[in-house]
Design a protein around this ligand. Structure first.
Ligand code: 2IT
Length: 433
């Protein structure tokens, strides 16, 4: 984040408010230098496990504890062959601001491994998760650091991780991980929450622009947990999901995704094959697979990146716009490349960034922690109402800090400033530590 750019934007918006501008500059300058570069702590560890052939495999595991000014470190674990410390640092950095936006008392963290789940058996996944927890357990706990899922880590993996944690630590607190199963401390709606929250946020963006989601065509990328939740809520709200995608290509669904197809996304995730083509094989009349193409090649009104960072390039943005797309809400963390964001903003395509749009996931993790701490569980209605309120509040914060002189809303600026100001204030008030 660049202090001068933020200040120039703020000065344009609040001309002459010298005390306010001075206070903001002070906060930004005092924190930025130290903060941007430096997570509080990074653990790196070796993970050895035995594959189904009886051979020893070795991976690297990490936990980045980025910032704890607002509460215990909180953020997901990513298992993906491309995981590096750099990737986890960017995710931990984003997570810190995102968590601040949720209004809940959570600091920022991220972790994971370069373990590649593709093609692994359930038994191999279990042995890997157990070996990973053998090390990770030393640095986590309900008031210390609370990991959850991310790419490659869902309910199955959280189960294996939690089982091993409890066995090793002999501590049966339910709040060590979030995204747990419903019978062992999980929150109802946590699996759906990232996608549901993203659609609630999208609705606010659309309503603020005088539009409605009903009957709109949505192209989304991925077919994992986040894409599944987003597709479920999109259909419930009357939109039509016309594309899903995977690393192998895109499935076009001209008549819109059905409930059966959405259910099948869960089987595709559980199979560890990582191929979206399986949807077209299962539903040949309804889904048409094209190898090597992205979801952004399918004409739509709204694009929802739900897979991986940098998955939407400037060229993709141009193709989307040329095909009639007028809104992109980033659901994946940093899903759009800078050139794509710039193009959207310059060409009148509504754009909102991941740290605001996808915050419903970690927010509901926060609600899971609350339920665990109080030893109770809330109903779906209660969780959904809280999730609604949180997404509305995040949207309001974006409007407050991102409204431009011409009345348009820069959601990127709004989310960055709102999140940053809260973290910076919490750090300043707690002194040099
Ligand atoms: O990127 C994210 O916000 C997540 N992967 C969810 C983190 C969490 O702790 O629920």
């Amino acid at each position: 984040m660049n202090v001068e750019k933020i200040m120039a934007d703020l000065e344009a918006k609040h001309p002459g408010e010298s005390e306010y501008l001075q206070a903001v500059r002070e906060v930004l300058e005092s924190i930025e230098e130290v903060y941007n570069q430096h997570p509080e702590r990074i653990f790196t560890f070796r993970v050895t496990w035995i594959d189904d052939k009886g051979e020893v495999q070795t991976n690297l595991g990490y936990r980045v504890q980025f910032n704890s000014a607002i509460g215990p470190y909180k953020g997901g674990l990513r298992f993906h062959k491309a995981v590096t410390p750099s990737m986890l640092k960017f995710l931990g950095f984003e997570q810190t601001f995102k968590n601040a936006l949720t209004t809940l008392p959570m600091g920022g963290g991220k972790g994971g491994s370069d373990f590649d789940p593709v093609g692994k058996s359930d038994a191999e996944i279990m042995r890997f998760c157990q070996a990973f927890m053998l090390e990770l357990r030393h640095n986590i706990g309900p008031d210390q650091d609370v990991p959850a899922g991310d790419v490659g880590v869902g309910g199955r993996e959280i189960g294996f991780l939690n089982g091993m944690y409890q066995k090793l630590a002999r501590q049966y607190h339910t709040g060590v991980l979030t995204g747990k199963g419903m019978t062992w401390g999980g929150s109802i709606l946590r699996p759906e929450a990232t996608g549901f929250g993203a659609l609630y946020f999208t609705q606010h963006v659309l309503h603020t622009a005088g539009k409605d989601i009903k009957d709109k065509k949505i192209a989304l990328s991925g077919f994992g947990n986040v894409a599944w939740g987003a597709a479920t809520k999109a259909v419930e709200l009357g939109a039509k999901v016309v594309a899903i995608s995977g690393p192998d290509g895109v499935c076009e669904i001209p008549d819109g995704i059905t409930k059966e197809m959405i259910d099948y996304m869960l089987d595709m995730r559980a199979s560890n094959r990582n191929k979206v083509e399986d949807m077209a094989t299962k539903f040949p009349g309804q889904a048409k697979f094209t190898a090597g193409k992205k979801a952004w090649s399918i004409p739509c009104d709204i694009a929802l990146p739900c897979a991986f960072q940098n998955e939407l390039s400037e060229d993709d943005a141009k193709e989307l716009k040329a095909n009639g797309c007028w809104c992109c809400c980033e659901v994946s963390n940093m899903g759009c490349q800078p050139g794509a964001i710039h193009f959207f903003q310059k060409n009148g395509v509504l754009f909102a960034p991941g740290k605001a749009v996808n915050a419903g996931g970690v927010a509901t993790s926060g609600l899971e922690m609350t339920q665990n701490a109080a030893h109770l569980s809330w109903s779906a209605k209660e969780v959904d109402e809280k999730l609604h309120w949180i997404m509305e509040n995040i949207h309001e914060q974006c409007v407050k800090f991102g409204t431009q002189a011409d009345g348009s809303i820069d959601y990127v600026k709004g989310a960055n400033i709102a999140g940053f100001m809260k973290v910076a204030q919490a750090m300043l008030e707690q002194g040099v530590i």
